[in-house]
Design a protein around this ligand. Structure first.
Ligand SMILES: NC(=O)C1=CN([C@@H]2O[C@H](COP(=O)(O)OP(=O)(O)OC[C@H]3O[C@@H](n4cnc5c(N)ncnc54)[C@H](OP(=O)(O)O)[C@@H]3O)[C@@H](O)[C@H]2O)C=CC1
Ligand SMILES: CC(C)=CCC[C@@H](C)[C@H]1CC=C2C3=C(CC[C@@]21C)[C@@]1(C)CC[C@H](O)C(C)(C)[C@@H]1CC3
Length: 569
């Protein structure tokens, strides 16, 4: 094992990732497990660097003075300048109305002046990252040479170096807790929902009989549903898009046909119902459906764990729970298991279950039409799911797909949590009354429209801005430049709170819960879950952004003070 060359507090020269530019950085710590140094740049950005990406100040200065003494071609100087993050910032800032505080500008443009290495001047071999990019763009470099270069360039991080879980959900002890607690909690929620008196104080102390939890036919139906959705996802309908670049510089292809899958599923369910298939069967066997989905999600995570042992190191990522390292993008040929599970069986299953609950309500309460509350819940949630599937492509940029390994937490979340807890309002309404006055119906509808508008506009604006920051349609937005070259929007919805998309989502969740009245806390479960999840997600995202954007993030937080709730948090 190589000796630790630098100590915390040392000032050294650190390579800017993906380039050959070096900046003065301070060493914060060294992790012997991953063999990575955490360093802080002068603009406050914290990054983890390999030993090979760090040079001592003295060695670096000697190298530079030697290279300076040789004649420097103007072309080289030009290249060096154009690749500086400070230059990138200047270019992007001219396109939009930037919020430019003089002090901030000074930090980015003066202190972050990159210095070119001696090797870069003499040796035109770029980093591994650059090489791959040129190859992808087809610059005509002979394949032979590419292979030789790959052999001498730094190899992929060893398996142990893939950062293990950041202990975001309570660490090692938390793992066992969540593993047992989450499935039992969903079961308890469903048992309460089905009780005539759904009060928490009235929770039955005897466990449910085994036959109410297991049924082979139900298990078969759940398997058939998964198979049906898998077949729909493989249909050659809809465009094929590329995901975000992976660690190895490559991209994966995804077929985007979620909205078609929703329509096919709706037609199939409609046809089944028309042919007198009794969909209220789902209501009567709901616990059995849940245990089947739970068992499948456990089996899936065991399969994912086993196959991750043979996965390429590049394809490993920290899982949030269950196992430490797991595959980021497990695939069977072109079938992407994570993308499929996130968007299809659970999400489309949610609206089918809601519809089954609507039929069950009519059947059990002997109604000719569903109650207004049931119609509101079905309509609102169908809109949310349809919206998600319509914008399916945007999921490819989200942290769940880009960053999180696919282990138990996501498998359980997608296959059991989403279809069985997100449906709890419709399940509750199937056997409990919610008499809404006309005033409440209108107020709740307005609330959902406002929430949806904020949610959709914020998400679409950020997506469009990230795809093309110089889009003329976005030129009215004020932005803050960052040292990475990306900017942050600080006006409009993104200038109101730092996560307007979360705010919109929460307003909608409130509208869904209010539709069920005030008799019990159970229909508010989704709202409570979403507040906890989004507050946690917000903290996680802010931590990442502070590391990524340094001072610029601090500036953004000063300009836009509140995270999700204006005036509160
Ligand atoms: N119902 C549910 O169970 C859940 C719903 N959701 C919903 O999914 C949607 C997406 O959420 P999520 O993926 O968590 O996060 P966001 O879509 O909010 O993405 C956060 C990222 O956006 C970028 N960003 C942050 N601020 C700005 C800014 N001012 N200008 C430009 N870019 C910015 C940063 O990435 P970068 O700069 O690198 O681009 C940051 O990491 C939300 O609407 C949320 O409500 C999410 C989780 C669960
Ligand atoms: C406690 C527990 C098991 C949590 C698991 C959380 C996951 C179920 C959710 C985390 C983020 C999600 C998102 C969607 C589904 C639920 C999970 C996976 C989502 C894909 C649904 C469709 C939406 O339009 C969305 C794209 C905004 C959304 C993104 C986040």
């Amino acid at each position: 094992m190589p000796a630790v060359r630098f100590q915390p507090g040392d000032t050294v020269m650190g390579r800017w990732p993906g380039s050959n530019l070096y900046y003065e950085v301070k060493v914060l710590r060294f992790d012997p497990k991953t063999q990575l140094y955490t360093v802080i740049y002068k603009d406050g950005t914290e990054l983890e660097l390999k030993d090979g990406d760090i040079k001592s100040l003295t060695g670096f200065k000697q190298g530079r003075s030697r290279s300076r003494s040789r004649s420097r071609s103007p072309a080289r100087t030009r290249r060096s300048r154009s690749r500086s993050p400070a230059r990138t910032v200047r270019r992007s800032s001219s396109r939009t109305t930037e919020v430019r505080k003089e002090k901030f500008k000074e930090v980015l443009e003066v202190r972050l002046t990159p210095v070119k290495t001696e090797e870069e001047s003499e040796n035109q071999v770029g980093s591994r990252y650059n090489l791959r990019r040129r190859k992808d763009q087809g610059d005509g470099r002979p394949a032979e040479l590419e292979k030789k270069l790959e052999a001498i360039l730094p190899q992929a991080t060893p398996r142990e170096a893939v950062k293990t879980t950041e202990l975001e959900f309570g660490g090692r002890f938390g793992v066992l807790f969540w593993l047992l607690f989450l499935p039992v909690m969903v079961l308890a929620l469903l048992i309460l929902c089905a009780q005539e008196d759904a009060s928490l104080l009235n929770f039955p102390l005897t466990p449910p009989p085994l036959h109410s939890l297991w049924d082979c036919q139900v298990f078969g139906i759940v398997l058939l549903w998964l198979l049906f959705q898998a077949v729909l996802s493989l249909l050659p309908i809809g465009k094929v898009v590329e995901g975000m670049p992976l660690k190895n510089g490559k991209t994966l292809k995804y077929r985007i046909n979620g909205f078609y899958a929703l329509i096919f599923s709706a037609i199939s369910v409609g046809a089944a119902s028309y042919n007198e298939v009794d969909l209220s069967y789902i209501h009567g066997h709901f616990l059995q459906f849940y245990t089947s989905a739970l068992i499948i999600s456990i089996l899936l995570s065991v399969y994912l764990f086993i196959r991750s042992r043979w996965a390429a190191v590049d394809d490993l990522a920290p899982a949030v729970i269950f196992v430490k390292i797991i595959q980021l993008n497990p695939r069977i040929k072109d079938f992407d298991i994570k993308f499929f599970c996130e968007m299809r069986p659970g999400l489309i299953g949610w609206v089918v279950i809601n519809f089954a609950m609507l039929l069950a309500e009519m059947k059990h309460k002997n109604l000719d039409t569903p109650s207004p509350a049931m119609l509101l819940v079905n309509g609102f949630q169908l809109l949310w799911v349809a919206d998600g599937l319509w914008h399916e492509e945007k999921l490819l940029t989200m942290m769940d797909i880009v960053h999180d390994g696919f282990g138990f937490m996501l498998a359980f979340g997608d296959l059991a949590w989403v279809p069985f807890t997100f449906t709890c309002q419709a399940y509750y309404l199937a056997s409990h009354p919610s008499d809404l006055s006309a005033f409440w119906i209108v107020a709740i509808m307005i609330m959902n429209v406002v929430g949806y508008y904020i949610f959709r506009k914020a998400n679409s604006q950020k997506f469009a801005f990230r795809r093309n920051p110089s889009d003329p349609a976005l030129s009215h937005l004020k932005t803050i430049p960052t040292a990475t070259g990306k900017s942050l929007i600080v006006s409009g919805l993104w200038g109101f709170v730092r996560h307007p998309n979360y705010l919109g989502d929460l307003i909608m969740a409130l509208a869904w819960s209010l539709s069920c009245g005030f008799n019990h806390v159970i229909p508010y479960f989704y709202l409570i879950y979403l507040i906890l999840l989004l507050v946690h997600r917000n903290a996680r995202d802010e931590h990442q952004c502070r590391k990524k954007y340094g001072l610029a993030w601090g500036e953004y937080c000063k300009t836009v003070r509140y995270r999700i709730f204006p005036g509160i948090y």
